[in-house]
Design a protein around this ligand. Structure first.
Ligand SMILES: [Zn+2]
Length: 224
């Protein structure tokens, strides 16, 4: 039986099949900062995993940029979550582009990378935004960890229960949201035991052999 499985695996590799492992992308909104972002990176470093950080342009300064640079050195990536975190469907086209472009420029200035993925604040999107913003729109499955009333135990339980192959997990690294960093101490080893590999959002599409499309909103790259 073992020989058969090995042969099947070799054939699959030769045929260029997609990676059969389960993959999941942990993503964090509302950073960067020198506190909670760093705590999450500490947990990532300890467990040898990566993820994606969707940052707010106005949170970027010389100090907080150090957390972005550290994330990139560790194999994580930095993506765009607007400049001022408004309800963007209420903005004019000029204001929409300013929200996106200022953040793109600040990220590039500090990290040398320019984001491909965009997550709208409050997942408030409309057709104008899809037309104007030349990026891939990301949503995700969350556990409402932006709400301080959601306990550490609930963050752990919901994230593990909801986990699925191809999923983008929506979490938050705003200053003070340390319960999420603590939750990851349990979530990461538990999902590893269940056979999950942790990747960035870009790697998630690549591992699953999916070319992301504009005009879609992705929470699970295998389903959306
Ligand atoms: Zn946000």
């Amino acid at each position: 039986m073992k020989k058969f499985l090995l042969a099947a695996w070799m054939l699959c590799l030769m045929a260029g099949c997609k990676d059969p492992a389960k993959h999941i992308a942990l993503t964090f909104d509302d950073g960067p900062n020198t506190t909670t972002t760093e705590k999450i990176l500490d947990v990532f470093e300890k467990h040898g995993v990566v993820g994606s950080f969707f940052v707010i342009g106005d949170n970027i300064n010389e100090e907080s940029a150090k957390a972005m640079k550290r994330a990139i050195r560790m194999g994580c990536d930095i993506q765009n979550h607007s400049r001022t975190h408004p309800y963007m469907s209420k903005l004019t086209p000029e204001q929409i582009m300013e929200e996106v472009n200022v953040t793109q420029d600040r990220i590039e200035e500090h990290t040398g990378t320019r984001p491909t993925y965009f997550r709208a604040p409050y997942i408030d999107v409309n057709d104008t935004m899809y037309q104007l913003i030349d990026m891939i729109f990301i949503c995700g499955e969350g556990c409402d960890d932006w709400d301080a009333k959601v306990s550490l135990e609930e963050r752990i339980e919901r994230t593990i229960r909801q986990a699925e192959d191809g999923q983008i997990v929506l979490l938050h690294d705003f200053h003070g949201n340390d319960a999420t960093a603590q939750a990851l101490e349990v979530i990461i080893p538990t999902l590893k035991e269940q056979g999950y590999e942790f990747v960035t959002v870009g790697e998630l599409f690549r591992k699953k052999g999916i070319t992301p499309e504009k005009g879609k909103l992705y929470s699970n790259v295998l389903k959306d």
